[in-house]
Design a protein around this ligand. Sequence first.
Ligand code: NAP
Ligand code: ZN
Length: 352
Amino acid sequence: MYNAKAYSAASATSPLASTTIARRDPTDQDVQIEILFCGICHSDLHQVRNEWKEIMPTVYPCVPGHEIIGRVTKVGAGVKKFKPGDLAAVGCMVDSDRTCPECKEGLEQFCPNLTLTYNFPDKHTGGVTYGGYSDSIVVDERFVLRVPSNLNLAGAAPLLCAGITTYSPMRHWGVTKGKKVGVVGLGGLGHMGVKFAHALGAHTVVFTTTPSKKEDALRLGADEVVVSRNADEMAKHAGSFDFILDAVSADHDINAYINLLRRDGNITLVGAPEKPLQVAAFSLLFGRKSLSGSPIGGIPETQEMLDFCGQHNITADVEVIPMQEVNEAYERLLKSDVKYRFSIDMASLKAD
Ligand code: NAP
Ligand code: ZN
């Protein structure tokens, strides 16, 4: 074991603060990565504040972070894909059982024995896993991704969660040219959803509660922008969408969006609000519409998404911050005041 610098929360109400954590020395299959940038996902905030206590109670101290980009510093003897000096990335998962039908299909996100990057039992240390708000991490090479060399690293970090979480359902539900696609909530996930829907050729409509984001939405690739609190603007789109991606982090009226789907249209939830959403049966019945959810994406699809981003030069729009500003960043995230993802420059940890 060795010591790594990190930021952790001691309880649901404590701010994140500087700490030292123990990481394992790389085993034969492991890649040790010096973390250069880590995105701040709204899931980090939900988890740190124990807002998902019913499903995934938080174990403290909690070191969040699952949008990790860095440089390989050491590899185990059995590692084939990486060598010291390579760029490398890690997302929301660091292990799975590799034997279940889901793993065999490359859909590790559905493995019953999945290990998430933080707040999950750590097979190696016996404690819980610690995420990317840290200067280094050690991960089995099967869960380490290659980073296209043309991408800006601070902007590429959020691809590891916000990117794959929006890319995967769009691919699954056939977002392509000729489809009308909605993205609800222009935050970290939402702005990636807009970039992907646009790059995949769909007619893309953004729904936002923040009128001042209109210009940005168009710049990011939206064909139209609807301020969702305006009932008249919403009514104009009734019954017209093939697919809607709902990336809202808080309670909201999902029926308003189900009503915008055409026959057999689908709305996929990627947002994970703390409280259950109310769904009106009739809004689904008429038109045989479907409501589904989608968690991140498997390792092969995550690599496919990164390569797609390399080809199309897609990264997140980021505000780069030092680690020491993480608590202010969380407060701003709650006010939907981020354009459009915070990316922590881990070099700042050296100052602690
Ligand atoms: P974020 O950057 O905070 O964006 C959320 C957006 O939702 C805000 O920018 C805002 O957009 C909208 N919003 C916020 N409060 C709202 C309210 N009360 N009513 C209506 N709209 C509201 O968060 P994120 O990092 O993109 O994450 C979004 C959600 O996805 C979180 O719940 C997160 O935990 C979840 N998530 C899920 C997965 C998965 O695998 N499925 C992966 C990552 C994250 P406007 O200002 O445009 O309205
Ligand atoms: Zn995330």
